[in-house]
Design a protein around this ligand. Structure first.
Ligand SMILES: *Cc1c(COP(=O)(O)O)cnc(C)c1O
Length: 435
């Protein structure tokens, strides 16, 4: 399979190049040359397969011959070694739990798959691959735990000092091995700027083999399609054929993967995006004007994105046709007060503790059902375990959280982080001195 740039459809690069470059030079995003169609017989009988079997089938359809079958199977089975169960709250509403991976967030799907793909393409004897990533919290944990122990790779994570939650910091800083954390005395934007400058530094790129693990990498998008198919399999096992997915959205990578799955042949009735007050996409869907704004901080902080980077992929899937887009996607926006009230409501009604991102998806899912009643299952995506956001959840609700197995394991390990100022020369010297 070859990939083009959304800014230049004549450009064609291999899967390997798309993974290591992350972004085309022209500032577009990589997209598949053509979208593979899954065998209708497979879809019809999907309830017979496991998550791993489904994941392998889809990865094969998308990646094709770029990775031989047995190697790809190994990558998929190693990366996706945890479940994504659909749990019904009432007969028509279910939550898809995507937080059963090591960092307790759905980003584990993307990060674990990408790390193994990069490890696979980094042949023995190649120069060590230096993965740089800036994080506001969730991405760093998934990338750190995703790459931990992957041969041929070394990960440097930059995070803003004092601005990530305790669980998030532990996931970033207690790993050792091929993972190192830089605690930057600045904001997430400062961290991102340092990483960007490193990628543009010619000397540094001669010395080191740099690559990025950011969320627009095509190798993070692909594995996010797996759980849409897996959800459908679980629904079909219960005799349900119609599904509307509601996705809590920030950079719109997760929902882009859902739309891709639909385009590959997965029967999905409709997609709903729930956002916090960073509502660039909902405003666009109602006005047709794309007018990004600087991001605003909210309780659902992994969705604090003013200019969603994956939106161009979605536009590309619909050939920039707004009418077609609105036939497939609806969107709703919620502020912090509504998010807090929703967490209370879900707990009171269903004894279920949701993280703030999940609560927004719940609200959007309920709003869509009110607007479009019908016989279908509403499945909203739970993108993180509530234990990652203790500060955002009312204490009486939080006290009911069951910690995932192993959650205590981080707390016992010492923090390993190097303090850094927002100073590019210092950052560069660190990378050169610590090879
Ligand atoms: C990253 C993240 C999101 C947003 O996902 P996008 O793909 O950026 O839309 C939502 N919830 C949680 C918990 C996240 O970590």
């Amino acid at each position: 399979m070859k990939f083009y740039s959304t800014n230049n459809k004549d450009l064609r690069v291999s899967f390997q190049d798309a993974v290591f470059n992350s972004l085309p030079q022209d500032g577009g995003l990589y997209m598949h040359e053509h979208i593979p169609q899954l065998d209708p017989y497979f879809i019809k009988n999907i309830q017979q397969y496991s998550l791993q079997e489904i994941a392998f089938k889809i990865a094969q359809a998308i990646i094709g011959d770029d990775i031989p079958e047995q190697d790809l199977k190994k990558i998929v089975y190693e990366a996706i070694d945890f479940d994504a169960p659909v749990k019904f709250l009432n007969p028509e509403t279910a939550v898809l739990e995507l937080f059963h991976g090591p960092s307790y967030a759905f980003k584990d799907f993307g990060a674990r798959f990408m790390s193994r793909v990069m490890g696979y393409f980094s042949k023995q004897g190649d120069q060590l691959l230096d993965v740089l990533v800036a994080t506001s919290g969730d991405t760093g944990g998934a990338v750190a735990l995703g790459f931990l122990g992957v041969a041929g790779t070394r990960v440097t994570i930059l995070y803003p000092k004092g601005k990530v939650s305790k669980v998030q910091e532990e996931q970033l800083t207690t790993n050792g091995q091929n993972i190192r954390a830089l605690e930057v005395d600045g904001t997430f934007d400062d961290c991102q700027a340092l990483v960007k400058q490193a990628f543009n530094d010619e000397f540094l790129n001669q010395e080191l083999r740099l690559t990025s693990a950011n969320s627009i990498n095509i190798a993070r998008l692909i594995p996010q399609t797996f759980y849409y198919f897996w959800t459908y399999a679980q629904l079909r096992a219960q005799g349900i054929n119609e599904v509307v997915f509601t996705v809590p959205s920030g950079n719109f990578g997760n929902i882009a993967a859902g739309l891709l799955a639909q385009r590959m042949g997965l029967p999905v009735k409709h997609f709903v995006a729930g956002t916090n007050v960073n509502d660039t996409v909902p405003r666009f869907l109602s006005s047709g004007a794309y007018d990004p704004k600087p991001s605003v901080q909210t309780l659902a902080n992994a969705m604090d994105v003013g200019n969603p980077s994956n939106w161009v992929r979605i536009q590309d899937l619909f050939a920039q046709d707004l009418t077609a887009l609105t036939q497939h996607i609806s969107s709703y926006t919620y502020d912090d007060a509504e998010t807090v009230a929703a967490m209370q409501e879900i707990f009171q009604r269903y004894q279920y503790v949701a993280c703030p991102h999940t609560a927004i998806a719940y609200l959007a899912s309920e709003a869509y059902r009110k607007d479009q009643p019908g016989e279908y299952a509403s499945v909203f995506l739970s993108t993180a375990h509530p234990c990652k956001f203790p500060e955002a959840i009312a204490p009486e609700v939080y006290s009911q959280v069951t910690l995932p197995k192993g959650a205590a394991q981080f707390s016992n390990k010492p923090k390993l982080a190097t303090e850094m100022n927002v100073n590019y020369e210092q950052f560069k010297q660190y990378l050169l001195d610590n090879q």
